[in-house]
Structures are given as C-alpha cells and as structure tokens.
Write a protein of this length. Structure first.
Length: 298
C-alpha cells in the first residue's frame, strides 16, 4: 500500500490487522529506526498484533521502498521531512479508523530516530493517546553532549573545555544546527522543546543500559521533561536498540501491558504486575537537574 507524506511524497507502508479471533484493542503506528525499514516492526510489534492490536508500519523517505526526493539524504538526526512522513502516516491512520467506524485515536511506537519523530508528532496531535519510545534523544542536547565530550578528549589545554559557561555551549550548538540547516536543506527540530509544550499523555521510555551511541542521560533528560504519566525502563546489559533482543519476553510483556492500560483502557493490574517483575525497577519521575551536567535542559 502507499499513502502520501504531508508534502505529497508517496510512502510505502503496511497495515497489519489483528487476528480475527482476538478482540480488537486499537491501532499502533510504528516508526522504524535510521537505516531500517517497515519490516523491522516484526521483532517489536508481533506480540502487540497477537494481543489484538492493528499495526500501521511504513518506510520513511529514503528507506526501504519509499524514495527520497532530489537533493535530500536521510540522516541519523530526525528532520522536518521525517516529521512530514509521520504526519502522513498518522493522517492515513485517522482516515482508516474513521472509515472503519473506530474511535479516531492511536498509539505510537518509535525506535531511535523513529522515536524522536513520534515524540514530535505527539506534541502536535492529541489523537496520539500513548507512546512507547525506545532509544529516543533530542538532536540539540545530543550535539551539545558530544561537543563537550570531544573537547574533553581532544583539547590539550583544560581551559578549553572547563572554563566555558553553559551559554557558550548552547550558542555553539545553535551555530552548528544552523549550519546543518543550510548545508542539508532541511531543519532538525528539537524533541526537547516539543516535550516542553506537549499536553500530558502516557509515555514509556526505554533505553539500553550499555548504549555506546547515545548515552542513557539523553533519554533521562527527555523523561524528566515529559509530563505525567510516564515510565522509564533502562534495559540491563542492552546496547542501542537492543533491549528487545536482550529481554524479548519482558519487553513484550511491558509494551503490551502499557498499551493495554493506556490505549485499550484495560485494567491497571497487568501493568502493575509487569512493573513489579522487572529485573531493575521502572524508574520514578526525576527532575531535569538530576540528569547530570553533561547536557543542558535550556
């Protein structure tokens, strides 16, 4: 199947229906990670589909069967073009739900860059009722983190990386993002800023404890900024996007119980049981200041 992104670019997608013998629980839009495709939803969404959820999965532009427009190259940072793809996918989801006579509301399930796109979309679309985001980050705060880290590693004079106030790093970060806007011909919206203006809706954040690409602090920062209700699971021993590989059974139970409560509006008991059985506690709310000095919430 195919549907248009907000800017009209055709995108390839699939609508995977729940088993006919299962009570239907809702629709979940899946957003894949960078350099992946819509078929990657299988490892994440098969338990959800078997539990009674319809799944809409699609290829972002420049991935899988979706072409990229001229002079555009997808990158690991979520762009306004990727947000247009999410807008197109959710517009299709809303239209399909209305045609079927279902309530026009849906869940979002995003991985890494797809998680960022899902958070951006949720900030502007109240019909996104619940979100699971695995490996999420904000481009601006992540860039600042790596600038500080590179300065620490490569600067020979400690004064270069120890004496600058936070405003210096924010200005340098802004300059880099503005240059990227000009060079790449697109914009890189801030997930952090989107969360600040988001209306409350349930969010489950997941991050690998041993993620060497994106430090856990990046998800902790977003979690601290997110409105309630929210949950954070740091998957023991898992690297970037590998929580579902290291803990497949618990991952499936947690995600399914979360959507059962917050999208299908089932009883709270199953989610409580899953949280109680976690190998490491599902963390309570924290403040942005507790996320450490490596990133700035401003």
């Amino acid at each position: 199947m195919s549907f248009p992104a907000l800017d009209g670019l055709p995108l390839a997608g699939m609508l995977i229906r729940a088993p006919a013998n299962m009570p239907r629980r809702g629709l979940i839009v899946f957003a894949h990670e960078f350099c992946s495709d819509m078929y990657s939803c299988a490892r994440y969404c098969r338990p959800l589909q078997q539990a009674g959820y319809d799944i809409l999965t699609f290829d972002f532009r420049g991935h899988g069967q979706s072409e990229a427009p001229p002079n555009y190259t997808p990158r690991q940072w979520v762009s306004d073009r990727d947000l247009d793809d999410m807008r197109g996918a959710t517009a299709f989801a809303e239209s399909w739900l209305a045609e079927q006579g279902y309530p026009v509301e849906f869940g979002l399930f995003g991985i890494s860059r797809g998680a960022c796109a899902a958070l951006l979309l949720a900030a502007e679309n109240p019909r996104a009722r619940a979100l699971v985001v695995d490996g999420a980050f904000s481009t601006d705060s992540t860039i600042e983190y790596f600038m500080r880290r590179w300065a620490y590693i490569f600067a020979r004079v400690r004064l270069v990386y120890e004496s600058h106030p936070p405003a210096f790093w924010r200005f340098l970060r802004w300059c880099m993002i503005q240059r990227a806007h000009r060079e790449f011909g697109c914009h890189f919206p801030s997930v952090r800023k989107a969360l600040k203006r988001a209306t409350p809706r349930p969010m489950l954040f997941i991050h690998g404890e041993r993620d060497s690409y994106l430090p856990v602090e990046q998800t902790r920062l977003l979690y601290a900024l997110a409105p309630q209700p929210k949950y954070l699971w740091i998957a023991p021993g898992a690297r970037h996007n590998q929580a579902v590989v290291h803990h497949p059974e618990f991952y499936a139970r947690l995600v399914t119980a979360f959507f059962d409560l917050h999208l299908a509006r089932a009883t709270r008991g199953p989610l409580r049981a899953v949280l109680a059985a976690a190998e490491t506690p599902i963390e309570p709310p924290v403040t942005a200041a507790a996320c450490g000095r490596a990133v700035s919430p401003n």
